[in-house]
Design a binder for this molecule. Structure first.
Ligand SMILES: [Zn+2]
Length: 129
């Protein structure tokens, strides 16, 4: 099975570190579960990060605590199962595996939010260097 990014997912990745885009493209070519990139899943301004913080969607306020999304070094994803978006843990974990294997094959160090201790962020990956 082979999947394609929607135009919307492509638009949501614009401005993100090219290494992350390469990783995402390879992940989509090897994954068994389709996935997409949501709005706010790519690069964010400090203003947008602040809005997400105030809405309780992020622990980082964009100013005192910056998100890797502000530097383009982070990417969020959602799984796409049975014709609709899914944030179920097992779906997200399978997509994350595809990201991690792709990063490994390409020689990049990738950090998955699903392994974080304080704030688990299953649909989030970021570059480590
Ligand atoms: Zn994120």
């Amino acid at each position: 099975m082979s999947y394609q990014f929607s135009q919307r997912s492509r638009d949501n990745m614009k401005g993100v570190d090219p290494r992350l885009i390469l990783i995402a493209e390879m992940a989509l070519s090897i994954t068994r579960i389709d996935f997409g990139i949501p709005s706010d899943g790519g690069i964010r301004t400090a203003e947008r990060q602040q809005e997400l913080f105030k809405a309780g969607k992020s622990k980082l306020d964009g100013y005192a605590k910056k998100s890797e999304h502000q530097s383009g070094r982070a990417l969020d994803f959602y799984a796409f199962v049975d014709g609709k978006a899914s944030w179920e843990k097992e779906h997200l974990a399978q997509v994350a595996c595809a990201f991690l294997q792709s990063a490994s094959m390409l020689g990049y160090k990738l950090n998955w939010g699903g392994l974080w201790k304080s704030f688990v962020d299953m649909p989030h990956v970021q570059l480590m260097d």
